[in-house]
Design a protein around this ligand. Structure first.
Ligand SMILES: [Zn+2]
Length: 413
């Protein structure tokens, strides 16, 4: 047992949880001043036992080992609920071509795009992929990200998708972070199935999905112009649901093509991107339990319009924020950049950004009863930093908070 004592501000998220992460005001962060937190430290099973004002610390914890927080802010560990962290190679050469004036079509014709990353990922050994992934996991942990999701989707053949899922399985065991895995075979049509998209979707739904079941947490599909259609989504998601799996969607990013509708219909955990979402879809999301996951670094990198965050939030949609870390459209793991873009380009408020990267990220992963809040019974994933206000976490952007300390897996890392 450990008591973190002398906490200046303890962000518990209690009222944000009661409001299921929607229509938040600053008070919903439920900040306790001059607080203490009691943690049962048992590795991955570490839990919050008690939180509250120091003056009310129960007598039975008075003699427990104390860590002096010296007036710092303590908040839930950050959650990145949308990443494509497992891939080999990079696409900097294509960026160079883009800067020199090449079009997307020219880049694709010269072997660029998703196929480029697919080739590199297929060639990479499991050991190499694990090594790269562990480094990336550490980069997240150093910024306070204690839980993140990883999608497959750069293997795109059965053996390579299986290889990536097995590496994510090892990552789950070896990293101090909590890692969730998503099967995204429906990321793009692989060259082997060129011109036979429906056949690929059926192969995914009726052959790969049942064989790979048990090796991942969620199923995802990229329903959008030039990728998969609504009918493809219906086939794959119906099968996923039949197998008792929760689903997520890449929805309405490039064009409005029915992704959000599908997300609501299949009770998805989240609909992600939503740059082109329409008013009718926003209302449907608000009336559902689907979390809208917004990925501002992608819009920034592609120089497109940002998602209509204000409209989503003001309509009562639950909004999460994530990096979309991938080599093609969001080559960054920088959470401070996600936050500052959310603030300045999407007009999100402090409480919305904090919830977007904690509690609402937990909702997007179905973990709202375990993570994203600091309440008794919740996992003891937390970050501690010296700052005069919460906004300092993203007001100074482009680097991690110099004073940031991360507690996960039962200890300060
Ligand atoms: Zn994505």
């Amino acid at each position: 047992m450990i008591v973190i004592d002398n906490i200046g501000k303890l962000v518990t998220m209690e009222r944000a949880l009661q409001k299921r992460g929607r229509n938040l005001v600053f008070d919903d962060l439920s900040i306790v001043e001059d607080a203490a937190a009691v943690i049962k430290d048992q590795g991955r099973k570490s839990r919050i036992m008690w939180v509250g004002p120091r003056s009310e610390l129960p007598a039975k914890f008075k003699k427990t080992k104390k860590i002096n927080a010296r007036g710092q802010i303590v908040m839930p560990g950050l959650i990145d609920s949308h990443t494509h962290l497992i891939f080999a190679g990079d696409r900097s050469r294509e960026f160079e071509m883009r800067l020199a004036g090449s079009t997307y079509q020219e880049i694709a014709a010269s072997g660029g795009g998703i196929v480029n990353t697919m080739d590199a990922t297929r060639k990479a050994s499991k050991a190499d992929l694990l090594k790269i992934s562990l480094k990336r996991a550490d980069l997240f942990l150093k910024q306070g990200v204690t839980t993140f999701e990883v999608k497959t989707g750069y293997g795109l053949d059965y053996e390579s998708e299986l290889k990536c899922l097995s590496v994510i399985g090892d990552l789950k065991k070896k990293s101090n972070a909590t890692v969730l895995s998503t099967f995204l075979g429906a990321h793009a049509v692989p060259p082997e199935f060129k011109g036979r998209k429906s056949e690929y979707v059926k192969t995914l739904a009726f052959e790969w999905l049942p064989r790979l079941k048990g090796k991942f947490d969620f199923v995802d599909i990229f329903v959008d112009a030039g990728y998969f259609e609504r009918a493809d989504g219906e086939i794959l998601l119906s099968e996923a649901v039949k197998h008792g799996l929760r689903v997520k969607l890449h929805a309405d990013e490039l064009e409005l093509t029915g992704g959000t509708d599908l997300a609501v219909r299949f009770k998805a955990l989240s609909a992600d991107h939503l740059l082109k979402i329409g008013e009718a879809e926003i209302l449907k999301l608000a009336g559902s339990e689907v979390t809208a996951t917004l990925l501002p670094t992608t819009a920034f990198f592609l120089k497109t319009e940002f998602a209509p965050a204000r409209r989503l939030l003001d309509t009562g949609v639950r909004v999460a924020l994530a990096t979309d870390f991938n080599p093609g459209t969001s080559p960054t793991q920088d959470v401070s950049l996600v936050s500052i873009l959310a603030a300045l380009e999407m007009e999100m408020r402090t409480e919305e950004i904090v919830a977007g990267l904690t509690l609402n990220g937990a909702y997007a992963l179905g973990l709202e009863n375990k993570k994203g809040a600091l309440l008794p019974g919740y996992d003891a994933d937390l970050v501690m930093f010296q700052a005069s206000s919460l906004a300092q976490l993203f007001y100074e952007f482009g680097h991690r908070q110099p004073s940031l300390k991360v507690f996960a897996n039962g200890r300060f890392l």
